[in-house]
Design a protein around this ligand. Sequence first.
Ligand SMILES: Cc1cc2nc3c(=O)[nH]c(=O)nc-3n(C[C@H](O)[C@H](O)[C@H](O)COP(=O)(O)O)c2cc1C
Length: 145
Amino acid sequence: MNGVVIYESLTGNTAKAGHMIAEQLSAAGVPTEACPITAVDLQALSQADLVIVGSWTDGIFLFGQRPGRAARMTTKLPRIDGKKAIVYCTYALDCGGTLEKLERIVARAGGDVVGGYAIKRNDLAGGAEELVDRLLAAVDVDEAA
Ligand SMILES: Cc1cc2nc3c(=O)[nH]c(=O)nc-3n(C[C@H](O)[C@H](O)[C@H](O)COP(=O)(O)O)c2cc1C
């Protein structure tokens, strides 16, 4: 199984988490690339069975939360029909409905969303590690090896 992390990041946290997730998955035997939504590695994506899509939380901190620059994510996310997908968001205080909204964007691109995980920005490393642990427990990584 191969993976691709696609992230939308304004100040770098979601990018940092995305690269940590890619490194840890690669170390666990799931070769994974991480790229921003503005420069998706289409060749890696075409070979990937697993797509992890991340975004930051935009809102007024406790209300109206949504994926940051969701419109751009919607228009730029390539078709990922038939691929397993996991979403994550980074946030400061409360991510509200961000993950559910991101799930809908990814499902509309054809992804088979099997999970979501919110990562608090003051513990990106811990959040990335837990996401990878849960992902490896939930997904059969030998499936398409
Ligand atoms: C304009 C703006 C709005 C934000 N709104 C929220 C919010 O409603 N709730 C929250 O928990 N964090 C909010 N945040 C914090 C970011 O989601 C958080 O810092 C995130 O990790 C940023 O990711 P990035 O560095 O990849 O851009 C907001 C940040 C910005 C810049």
